[in-house]
Design a binder for this molecule. Structure first.
Ligand SMILES: Cc1ncc(COP(=O)(O)O)c(C=O)c1O
Length: 386
Protein backbone atom coordinates (compact mmCIF):
# COMPACT_ATOMS: atom_id res chain seq x y z
CA UNK A 1 0.00 0.00 0.00
CA UNK A 2 1.27 3.47 -0.68
CA UNK A 3 1.56 4.31 3.03
CA UNK A 4 5.03 5.82 2.72
CA UNK A 5 6.27 8.77 0.71
CA UNK A 6 9.38 6.83 -0.19
CA UNK A 7 12.56 8.32 -1.55
CA UNK A 8 13.91 6.83 -4.78
CA UNK A 9 16.78 4.90 -3.17
CA UNK A 10 17.07 1.24 -2.23
CA UNK A 11 19.91 0.18 -0.01
CA UNK A 12 21.73 -3.01 -0.60
CA UNK A 13 24.14 -3.30 2.32
CA UNK A 14 25.54 -1.47 5.29
CA UNK A 15 28.56 -1.36 7.58
CA UNK A 16 28.81 0.90 10.63
CA UNK A 17 27.68 4.43 9.70
CA UNK A 18 27.76 3.58 5.96
CA UNK A 19 25.06 2.36 3.61
CA UNK A 20 25.45 1.44 -0.08
CA UNK A 21 22.61 1.65 -2.57
CA UNK A 22 22.00 -0.75 -5.44
CA UNK A 23 24.27 1.33 -7.69
CA UNK A 24 27.05 0.97 -5.12
CA UNK A 25 26.87 4.64 -4.13
CA UNK A 26 27.95 5.15 -0.49
CA UNK A 27 25.94 7.21 2.01
CA UNK A 28 26.79 8.43 5.51
CA UNK A 29 23.75 7.52 7.58
CA UNK A 30 22.98 10.36 10.00
CA UNK A 31 19.54 8.97 10.83
CA UNK A 32 20.15 5.33 11.86
CA UNK A 33 16.83 4.16 10.39
CA UNK A 34 15.19 6.77 12.69
CA UNK A 35 17.08 6.03 15.91
CA UNK A 36 17.18 2.26 15.42
CA UNK A 37 20.69 1.25 14.35
CA UNK A 38 22.45 2.98 17.26
CA UNK A 39 25.37 0.53 16.95
CA UNK A 40 25.55 1.12 13.20
CA UNK A 41 24.64 -1.31 10.44
CA UNK A 42 25.50 -5.02 10.55
CA UNK A 43 27.20 -4.79 13.93
CA UNK A 44 29.17 -8.05 14.39
CA UNK A 45 27.92 -8.64 17.95
CA UNK A 46 24.28 -8.45 16.87
CA UNK A 47 24.98 -10.45 13.72
CA UNK A 48 26.69 -13.22 15.72
CA UNK A 49 23.95 -13.30 18.36
CA UNK A 50 21.22 -13.68 15.74
CA UNK A 51 23.15 -16.41 13.88
CA UNK A 52 23.89 -18.32 17.06
CA UNK A 53 20.32 -18.12 18.34
CA UNK A 54 18.81 -19.04 14.98
CA UNK A 55 20.73 -22.32 15.05
CA UNK A 56 19.19 -23.15 18.44
CA UNK A 57 15.65 -21.78 18.48
CA UNK A 58 13.74 -18.91 16.89
CA UNK A 59 10.40 -19.03 18.63
CA UNK A 60 8.46 -21.05 21.15
CA UNK A 61 5.65 -19.10 22.83
CA UNK A 62 5.00 -17.02 25.89
CA UNK A 63 3.17 -20.11 27.13
CA UNK A 64 6.63 -21.33 28.18
CA UNK A 65 9.67 -19.90 29.87
CA UNK A 66 12.10 -18.07 27.56
CA UNK A 67 15.63 -17.87 28.96
CA UNK A 68 16.83 -14.99 26.76
CA UNK A 69 13.72 -12.98 27.65
CA UNK A 70 14.34 -13.46 31.37
CA UNK A 71 17.98 -12.43 31.01
CA UNK A 72 17.01 -9.37 28.99
CA UNK A 73 14.34 -8.36 31.53
CA UNK A 74 16.91 -8.68 34.34
CA UNK A 75 19.39 -6.50 32.49
CA UNK A 76 16.81 -3.86 31.59
CA UNK A 77 15.67 -3.73 35.21
CA UNK A 78 19.24 -3.35 36.43
CA UNK A 79 19.99 -0.55 33.96
CA UNK A 80 16.74 1.35 34.43
CA UNK A 81 15.86 0.92 38.10
CA UNK A 82 12.44 -0.36 36.99
CA UNK A 83 10.84 -3.60 38.30
CA UNK A 84 8.87 -5.48 35.65
CA UNK A 85 8.94 -5.77 31.87
CA UNK A 86 6.38 -6.65 29.19
CA UNK A 87 7.91 -7.35 25.76
CA UNK A 88 6.33 -6.26 22.48
CA UNK A 89 7.48 -6.08 18.85
CA UNK A 90 7.30 -2.34 18.25
CA UNK A 91 7.09 1.03 19.91
CA UNK A 92 3.36 1.48 19.37
CA UNK A 93 2.68 -1.86 21.04
CA UNK A 94 4.88 -0.97 24.00
CA UNK A 95 2.79 2.20 24.33
CA UNK A 96 -0.45 0.21 24.03
CA UNK A 97 0.69 -1.77 27.08
CA UNK A 98 1.39 1.49 28.94
CA UNK A 99 -2.07 2.87 28.06
CA UNK A 100 -3.75 -0.35 29.19
CA UNK A 101 -1.86 -0.24 32.49
CA UNK A 102 -2.99 3.37 33.07
CA UNK A 103 -6.62 2.44 32.38
CA UNK A 104 -6.51 -0.58 34.69
CA UNK A 105 -4.88 1.59 37.34
CA UNK A 106 -7.76 4.05 37.02
CA UNK A 107 -10.41 1.35 37.32
CA UNK A 108 -8.65 -0.05 40.38
CA UNK A 109 -9.07 3.41 41.92
CA UNK A 110 -12.78 3.63 41.10
CA UNK A 111 -12.38 5.84 38.02
CA UNK A 112 -14.75 4.60 35.29
CA UNK A 113 -13.49 6.89 32.53
CA UNK A 114 -9.76 7.19 33.10
CA UNK A 115 -8.00 10.08 31.34
CA UNK A 116 -4.32 10.24 30.39
CA UNK A 117 -2.75 13.68 29.99
CA UNK A 118 -0.64 13.77 26.82
CA UNK A 119 1.23 16.52 24.99
CA UNK A 120 0.66 18.63 21.91
CA UNK A 121 3.21 17.83 19.17
CA UNK A 122 3.82 14.40 20.70
CA UNK A 123 4.16 11.17 18.73
CA UNK A 124 3.32 7.78 20.24
CA UNK A 125 2.57 5.55 17.23
CA UNK A 126 0.02 4.63 14.58
CA UNK A 127 -2.33 2.16 16.29
CA UNK A 128 -5.75 3.55 17.23
CA UNK A 129 -4.85 4.13 20.89
CA UNK A 130 -1.40 5.54 20.22
CA UNK A 131 -2.57 7.84 17.42
CA UNK A 132 -5.30 9.09 19.73
CA UNK A 133 -2.60 9.87 22.30
CA UNK A 134 -0.43 11.55 19.65
CA UNK A 135 -0.64 15.35 19.54
CA UNK A 136 -0.62 15.78 15.77
CA UNK A 137 -3.77 16.39 13.73
CA UNK A 138 -2.17 15.00 10.55
CA UNK A 139 -1.60 11.61 12.19
CA UNK A 140 -5.23 11.53 13.40
CA UNK A 141 -6.89 12.92 10.27
CA UNK A 142 -9.53 10.58 8.85
CA UNK A 143 -9.48 8.08 11.72
CA UNK A 144 -12.26 9.40 13.92
CA UNK A 145 -13.81 8.35 16.18
CA UNK A 146 -10.55 8.52 18.12
CA UNK A 147 -10.22 6.76 21.44
CA UNK A 148 -11.54 8.75 24.36
CA UNK A 149 -9.54 9.32 27.49
CA UNK A 150 -6.68 11.54 26.32
CA UNK A 151 -6.31 15.21 27.14
CA UNK A 152 -3.70 17.19 25.19
CA UNK A 153 -1.81 20.06 26.81
CA UNK A 154 1.26 22.07 25.68
CA UNK A 155 4.64 20.33 26.14
CA UNK A 156 7.13 21.75 28.65
CA UNK A 157 4.39 23.63 30.52
CA UNK A 158 4.03 22.60 34.16
CA UNK A 159 1.29 25.15 34.87
CA UNK A 160 -0.82 23.63 32.09
CA UNK A 161 -0.28 20.20 33.62
CA UNK A 162 -1.23 21.49 37.06
CA UNK A 163 -4.43 22.98 35.66
CA UNK A 164 -5.33 19.83 33.72
CA UNK A 165 -4.96 17.71 36.85
CA UNK A 166 -6.87 20.15 39.04
CA UNK A 167 -9.76 20.45 36.60
CA UNK A 168 -10.27 16.77 35.85
CA UNK A 169 -10.80 14.14 38.56
CA UNK A 170 -10.50 11.39 35.94
CA UNK A 171 -6.79 11.98 35.29
CA UNK A 172 -4.85 8.79 36.09
CA UNK A 173 -1.55 9.29 34.28
CA UNK A 174 0.75 11.69 32.46
CA UNK A 175 2.36 10.33 29.28
CA UNK A 176 5.24 12.25 27.75
CA UNK A 177 8.40 11.93 25.64
CA UNK A 178 11.45 13.23 27.56
CA UNK A 179 12.41 14.96 24.29
CA UNK A 180 9.86 15.16 21.49
CA UNK A 181 11.37 13.51 18.42
CA UNK A 182 8.83 13.62 15.58
CA UNK A 183 7.47 16.91 16.96
CA UNK A 184 10.74 18.71 16.13
CA UNK A 185 13.46 17.65 18.63
CA UNK A 186 11.81 19.69 21.40
CA UNK A 187 14.02 19.67 24.48
CA UNK A 188 12.19 20.76 27.66
CA UNK A 189 13.54 22.67 30.67
CA UNK A 190 16.03 20.55 32.65
CA UNK A 191 13.66 20.18 35.62
CA UNK A 192 10.54 19.40 33.54
CA UNK A 193 10.58 15.66 34.31
CA UNK A 194 11.35 16.33 38.00
CA UNK A 195 8.29 18.57 38.19
CA UNK A 196 6.09 16.00 36.46
CA UNK A 197 7.33 13.40 38.95
CA UNK A 198 6.41 15.68 41.87
CA UNK A 199 2.91 16.35 40.51
CA UNK A 200 2.31 12.65 39.82
CA UNK A 201 3.40 11.80 43.37
CA UNK A 202 1.20 14.51 44.85
CA UNK A 203 -1.91 13.36 42.96
CA UNK A 204 -1.16 9.63 42.92
CA UNK A 205 -0.91 9.50 39.11
CA UNK A 206 1.27 7.30 36.93
CA UNK A 207 4.23 9.06 35.34
CA UNK A 208 4.67 7.36 31.97
CA UNK A 209 7.62 8.12 29.69
CA UNK A 210 7.82 7.26 26.00
CA UNK A 211 11.56 6.64 25.52
CA UNK A 212 11.14 4.88 22.20
CA UNK A 213 13.26 7.46 20.40
CA UNK A 214 15.31 8.84 23.34
CA UNK A 215 16.23 5.47 24.87
CA UNK A 216 19.17 3.06 24.55
CA UNK A 217 21.90 5.67 24.90
CA UNK A 218 20.69 8.21 22.33
CA UNK A 219 20.85 11.22 24.68
CA UNK A 220 23.98 10.23 26.63
CA UNK A 221 22.28 8.13 29.31
CA UNK A 222 20.82 4.66 28.82
CA UNK A 223 17.39 6.28 29.28
CA UNK A 224 16.83 10.03 29.04
CA UNK A 225 15.13 10.23 32.47
CA UNK A 226 18.48 9.22 33.98
CA UNK A 227 19.67 12.79 33.35
CA UNK A 228 17.23 13.59 36.18
CA UNK A 229 17.14 11.98 39.57
CA UNK A 230 13.80 10.23 39.09
CA UNK A 231 12.22 6.88 38.30
CA UNK A 232 9.01 6.94 36.26
CA UNK A 233 6.19 4.47 36.93
CA UNK A 234 6.20 3.35 33.28
CA UNK A 235 8.83 3.65 30.57
CA UNK A 236 8.44 2.37 27.01
CA UNK A 237 11.35 1.51 24.72
CA UNK A 238 11.73 -0.07 21.26
CA UNK A 239 13.65 1.16 18.18
CA UNK A 240 17.36 0.78 19.13
CA UNK A 241 16.79 -2.05 21.62
CA UNK A 242 17.33 -4.66 18.88
CA UNK A 243 19.49 -2.49 16.58
CA UNK A 244 17.16 -3.43 13.72
CA UNK A 245 15.57 -6.60 15.03
CA UNK A 246 11.98 -5.66 15.98
CA UNK A 247 11.50 -5.57 19.75
CA UNK A 248 9.85 -3.21 22.19
CA UNK A 249 9.26 -3.20 25.92
CA UNK A 250 7.08 -1.59 28.53
CA UNK A 251 8.93 -1.26 31.84
CA UNK A 252 6.98 -0.66 35.04
CA UNK A 253 7.89 0.34 38.59
CA UNK A 254 6.26 0.67 42.01
CA UNK A 255 2.51 1.08 41.89
CA UNK A 256 2.48 0.27 38.16
CA UNK A 257 4.59 -2.89 38.39
CA UNK A 258 1.94 -5.50 39.12
CA UNK A 259 -1.14 -4.07 37.44
CA UNK A 260 -1.05 -6.30 34.36
CA UNK A 261 -1.82 -9.82 35.56
CA UNK A 262 -2.21 -13.14 33.72
CA UNK A 263 -4.68 -12.87 30.85
CA UNK A 264 -4.73 -9.07 30.75
CA UNK A 265 -2.27 -8.61 27.90
CA UNK A 266 -0.14 -10.63 25.52
CA UNK A 267 1.73 -10.94 22.25
CA UNK A 268 2.60 -13.97 20.13
CA UNK A 269 6.05 -12.77 19.12
CA UNK A 270 6.78 -10.38 22.02
CA UNK A 271 10.14 -11.19 23.63
CA UNK A 272 10.86 -14.25 21.50
CA UNK A 273 14.30 -15.88 21.68
CA UNK A 274 15.60 -14.32 18.46
CA UNK A 275 14.64 -10.73 19.30
CA UNK A 276 15.86 -11.03 22.88
CA UNK A 277 19.23 -12.45 21.86
CA UNK A 278 19.74 -9.46 19.56
CA UNK A 279 18.80 -7.05 22.35
CA UNK A 280 21.14 -8.81 24.80
CA UNK A 281 24.00 -8.33 22.31
CA UNK A 282 23.09 -4.63 22.02
CA UNK A 283 23.17 -4.11 25.80
CA UNK A 284 26.45 -6.02 26.13
CA UNK A 285 28.09 -3.97 23.35
CA UNK A 286 26.97 -0.65 24.81
CA UNK A 287 28.91 -1.59 27.96
CA UNK A 288 31.92 -3.42 26.47
CA UNK A 289 32.63 -0.61 23.99
CA UNK A 290 31.83 2.15 26.48
CA UNK A 291 29.52 3.69 23.90
CA UNK A 292 27.11 5.76 25.99
CA UNK A 293 29.89 7.65 27.81
CA UNK A 294 31.06 9.07 24.48
CA UNK A 295 27.68 10.29 23.28
CA UNK A 296 27.76 13.70 24.95
CA UNK A 297 31.17 14.62 23.48
CA UNK A 298 30.11 13.46 20.02
CA UNK A 299 26.91 15.51 20.19
CA UNK A 300 28.92 18.54 21.27
CA UNK A 301 31.36 18.07 18.38
CA UNK A 302 28.50 17.99 15.88
CA UNK A 303 26.83 21.10 17.29
CA UNK A 304 30.07 23.06 17.71
CA UNK A 305 31.07 22.30 14.12
CA UNK A 306 27.65 23.33 12.83
CA UNK A 307 27.53 26.51 14.92
CA UNK A 308 31.00 27.51 13.70
CA UNK A 309 30.06 26.98 10.09
CA UNK A 310 26.54 28.40 10.17
CA UNK A 311 26.76 31.23 12.71
CA UNK A 312 26.46 33.93 10.03
CA UNK A 313 23.54 32.25 8.28
CA UNK A 314 20.40 34.22 9.22
CA UNK A 315 18.09 31.40 8.08
CA UNK A 316 19.46 29.06 10.76
CA UNK A 317 17.47 29.92 13.87
CA UNK A 318 18.65 27.36 16.38
CA UNK A 319 21.00 24.38 16.72
CA UNK A 320 20.34 22.18 19.75
CA UNK A 321 21.03 18.70 21.02
CA UNK A 322 20.87 16.27 23.86
CA UNK A 323 23.63 13.80 23.12
CA UNK A 324 23.16 12.52 19.58
CA UNK A 325 19.59 13.74 19.20
CA UNK A 326 20.08 16.93 17.22
CA UNK A 327 17.68 19.54 15.85
CA UNK A 328 18.45 22.46 13.55
CA UNK A 329 15.62 24.95 13.01
CA UNK A 330 15.49 26.93 9.79
CA UNK A 331 13.22 29.92 9.28
CA UNK A 332 11.56 28.28 6.26
CA UNK A 333 10.27 24.81 5.30
CA UNK A 334 13.22 22.71 4.21
CA UNK A 335 12.11 19.19 3.24
CA UNK A 336 14.01 19.54 -0.06
CA UNK A 337 17.24 19.40 1.96
CA UNK A 338 16.70 15.66 2.31
CA UNK A 339 17.05 15.19 -1.45
CA UNK A 340 20.00 17.60 -1.64
CA UNK A 341 21.73 15.58 1.09
CA UNK A 342 21.12 12.34 -0.82
CA UNK A 343 22.85 13.75 -3.87
CA UNK A 344 25.88 14.37 -1.64
CA UNK A 345 25.74 10.91 -0.05
CA UNK A 346 24.25 11.92 3.30
CA UNK A 347 21.05 10.67 4.97
CA UNK A 348 19.19 13.20 7.11
CA UNK A 349 15.58 13.86 8.03
CA UNK A 350 13.38 16.93 8.26
CA UNK A 351 10.59 16.94 10.81
CA UNK A 352 7.93 19.50 11.73
CA UNK A 353 8.51 21.07 8.23
CA UNK A 354 11.51 23.22 9.12
CA UNK A 355 13.61 21.22 11.61
CA UNK A 356 16.53 19.16 10.34
CA UNK A 357 16.82 16.11 12.56
CA UNK A 358 20.06 14.17 12.99
CA UNK A 359 20.14 10.83 14.80
CA UNK A 360 23.51 9.37 13.75
CA UNK A 361 24.67 5.97 14.97
CA UNK A 362 26.25 6.31 18.42
CA UNK A 363 29.40 4.66 17.07
CA UNK A 364 30.11 7.55 14.66
CA UNK A 365 33.76 8.65 14.97
CA UNK A 366 35.34 12.10 14.96
CA UNK A 367 36.39 11.99 11.32
CA UNK A 368 32.91 10.88 10.24
CA UNK A 369 31.39 13.68 12.35
CA UNK A 370 33.53 16.22 10.49
CA UNK A 371 32.43 14.79 7.16
CA UNK A 372 28.80 14.90 8.27
CA UNK A 373 28.93 18.51 9.48
CA UNK A 374 30.99 19.74 6.47
CA UNK A 375 28.54 18.17 4.03
CA UNK A 376 25.46 19.31 5.92
CA UNK A 377 26.57 22.90 6.41
CA UNK A 378 27.50 23.18 2.70
CA UNK A 379 24.01 21.97 1.77
CA UNK A 380 22.33 24.35 4.22
CA UNK A 381 24.37 27.28 2.88
CA UNK A 382 23.46 26.36 -0.69
CA UNK A 383 19.76 25.95 0.19
CA UNK A 384 19.48 29.19 2.14
CA UNK A 385 21.42 31.42 -0.25
CA UNK A 386 19.60 30.40 -3.43
C1 LIG B 1 8.50 8.64 20.61
C2 LIG B 1 7.93 7.54 19.76
N1 LIG B 1 6.96 6.75 20.26
C3 LIG B 1 6.43 5.74 19.54
C4 LIG B 1 6.85 5.48 18.26
C5 LIG B 1 6.22 4.36 17.48
O1 LIG B 1 7.11 3.31 17.36
P1 LIG B 1 6.86 2.17 16.25
O2 LIG B 1 6.99 2.81 14.92
O3 LIG B 1 7.93 1.14 16.54
O4 LIG B 1 5.50 1.61 16.50
C6 LIG B 1 7.85 6.28 17.69
C7 LIG B 1 8.30 6.06 16.31
O5 LIG B 1 8.81 6.93 15.64
C8 LIG B 1 8.41 7.33 18.47
O6 LIG B 1 9.37 8.13 17.97
Amino acid sequence: MPTYGRLPITFDRGDGVWLWDQNNKRYLDALSGIAVCNLGHTHPAVHNAICKQSKKLLHTSNLYGIAAQEQLADQLIEKSGMENVFFSNSGAEANEAAIKIARLYGHQHGIDKPCIVVMEKSFHGRTMATLSATGNAKVQDGFSPLLEGFQHIPFNDISALNRAIDQNDNVVAVFVEPIQGEGGVNIPEPDYLNNIRKLCDKHNLLMMLDEIQTGIGRTGQFLAYQHNDIIPDICTIAKALGNGVPIGACLAHGKAASILTAGKHGSTFGGNPLACSAALAVLETLVSDNIIDQVEAKGTQICTNLINKLKDNQTVLNIRNKGLMIGIDLSKPCTELVEMAHQKGLLINVTADSTIRLLPPLIINSEQIDLLTDTLSDIIQEFTTH
